[in-house]
Design a protein around this ligand. Structure first.
Ligand code: NAP
Length: 250
């Protein structure tokens, strides 16, 4: 990497015409990224589980008359079956023919408690939404990404995805798994021209952060819109052959 992705300055039109699917685009970091990517010319596919929230993001995007009209993909990652993933990929193929960017951003926190006390059903749900769902979505999207001239996959990690810490339970384990999935996929795709990387957003003022740290001073936290430089770098052409990296957004 020649430059620090955190310092990257996205130019107007950076993502012009790129088809980018963002999971968890209804809120937090995913929403902020969807709005910014659309502003930079991307054709955004807004994924989430709440159609009302997704429609609100859609409306915000089309309020800018120069933005391309986004698509909405409503699918609950906790319950989606293989037919739902296939149907999503088929819709993208029919509507756009290919995919240039896939951002795995959706996630849940689960419980903050010891492994000794951790509820097994919550453990399974967190692993499923944060890790298995990203695997399933990657699998159905790979053929569409391979049709792009500059494909990029971004996984979302965390500080506790690199170093385990007490009380972070299934969330931490899911993020270690995410780092592993990124490394494996990057290695497997190393000759295909596909970028596969992880971003650790750091502390960001979102609902998830509030759930994790209810007592902290939120005024000190970065807004989701302030930490997007490395996402835009990896989605656009300037990141070139950058792959297999785990990048800190802050
Ligand atoms: P957030 O505001 O809670 O947003 C999470 C997004 O994921 C929302 O759009 C949410 O949909 C969606 N989602 C959750 N469960 C889903 C499901 N079952 N099916 C479909 N969509 C689902 O969280 P965030 O802070 O922006 O987090 C985004 C990513 O950054 C996560 O992967 C998180 O682990 C990571 N991260 C965040 C921080 C931080 O400080 N914020 C730090 C490190 C890593 P709804 O709108 O319907 O809830």
């Amino acid at each position: 990497m020649s430059l620090d992705p955190r310092e990257y300055q996205a130019r107007d039109g950076l993502l012009q015409g790129r088809i980018v699917l963002i999971t968890g685009a209804s809120d937090g970091i995913g929403k902020a990224l969807a709005l910014r990517a659309a502003k930079l010319g991307a054709q955004v596919i807004l994924h989430g589980r709440n159609s009302e929230k997704l429609e609100a993001v859609y409306d915000e995007i089309i309020a800018d008359k120069s933005a391309l009209q986004p698509s909405i993909a409503c699918m609950d990652l906790a319950t989606a079956d293989s037919a739902a993933y296939t149907s999503l990929a088929n819709s993208i193929e029919t509507e756009f023919g290919h995919l240039d960017g896939l951002v795995h951003n959706a996630g849940i926190l689960g419980d903050r408690m010891t492994l000794e006390q951790y509820d097994a059903a919550v453990f399974q749900r967190v692993l499923h939404v944060n890790l298995t769902a990203a695997f399933a979505l990657t699998q159905v999207c790979l053929p569409l990404l391979k049709l792009s001239s500059d494909p990029s996959i971004i996984f979302t990690s965390s500080g506790v995805g690199r170093k385990g810490r007490a009380f972070w339970g299934a969330y931490s384990i899911s993020k270690f798994g995410t780092e592993a999935m990124m490394q494996i996929l990057a290695d497997e795709q190393s000759h295909s021209g596909m970028r596969v990387n992880c971003i650790n957003p750091g502390a960001v003022k979102t609902n998830m952060r509030l759930e994790a740290y209810p007592a902290e001073d939120r005024d000190k936290l970065k807004e989701p819109g302030d930490i997007l430089a490395s996402y835009l770098y990896l989605l656009g052409p300037d990141s070139g052959t950058t792959t297999g990296q785990s990048i800190d957004a802050q």
